[in-house]
Design a protein around this ligand. Sequence first.
Ligand SMILES: Cc1ncc(COP(=O)(O)O)c(C=O)c1O
Length: 392
Amino acid sequence: MKIHTKAVHAGDRKKLGAHVPVTTPIYTASAYSYDSMEQLDRIFGQEEEGPCYARYDNPSAAALEEAVCALEGGRGALVCSSGMAALHVAVMTALTDRRRTVVAANSMYGATTSMLMNVFEPGGVDVRFADVCNLDSLRTAVAEAEPGCILIESISNPLLRVGDIEKIAAIAHEAGAALVVDNTFATPMIVRPLELGAHISVHSLTKYLAGHGDVMGGVVITDEAHFPILRSLGRTIGPVLGPFECYLTMRGIKTFPLRMERQCANACRVASWLSAHPKVQKVYFTADPAHPDVATIRAMFPQGMYGAIVSFEIAGAGRDEIFRFMDSLKMIVRATSLGDVHTMMLYPVMSSHREISPKQRERMGIREGLVRLSVGIEAPEDIIADLEQALA
Ligand SMILES: Cc1ncc(COP(=O)(O)O)c(C=O)c1O
């Protein structure tokens, strides 16, 4: 063969021997060849297991899907290029062969609310919002709207409201709707929505599951009935996650339970310190005995695991004071994400809920003096010391 041919073929397409790599390699191949056309035909026809084209199947993605499915107790999963892509595919999956109406929680991540109002609604989907923590008002909204999909967050962003997934799932089942739960904040260490009757669970992998601030990704996990729809939509739309991101997430997931335990414990320490600080007007934390959803939290969350997000309002603070406070942080990272090993702070009015109108933000309870803290794995004394000097 000439050098031009060697450059294209040498070294590639080696058959794996008897060895087993201890972790899944990064499969960058966009397509897969087989011994014969007969076999390729069986692979395309899904009569034989195996990847054929990276939009359909990729071994790095398949490994991650299997891992997340195991954590969430699901029957099938699809990894996507972001949490928002995953939410989009999840709602499309829920609405397939159902009434094109969504009843969504009235307090959620801003981009999720925007997606419903600016993407699904113009596409002909009727979108309504309801207080999913008040089952009577949810029942009324469902009776009126007859939705095909109910969309909630297991712990809401950023005010940390918690609806009773088992009871909401019962309402969904009775109404013939699919319940989609964004489980990003709670994670499967705290809540596994499918085990509580939800049909579909979603994560921004960008957050706790990957956990190191170096991945953008999402995943949809379903029960048995919805997996063929999810798989088919995934293959057609192609919201795939790249193999390198799959590898990083797999690597992150190995320490996810340890990180989450530490982050939850740190968050309890930080929240109780903040509650006693004279400049802090209100602390939003799921371990608070005065939390409006305390009964649900006690029944649904394992002992000592309340999540690792603490939101709080600084007394009398507006945008200028919040900017001054956040600019004074020395160790805590000012950034618009959460769930990483490092502690991070975000100003919802400026970032996660920027696209939401001030009026609607006010209705959601997201005020000018509110900040959201994602507690990391550092020594809790250092997190508290940084907050203390910045508040001073
Ligand atoms: C609760 C929740 N869901 C979904 C998303 C979207 O995830 P991504 O940024 O990976 O698209 C976010 C992002 O912050 C989030 O907080």
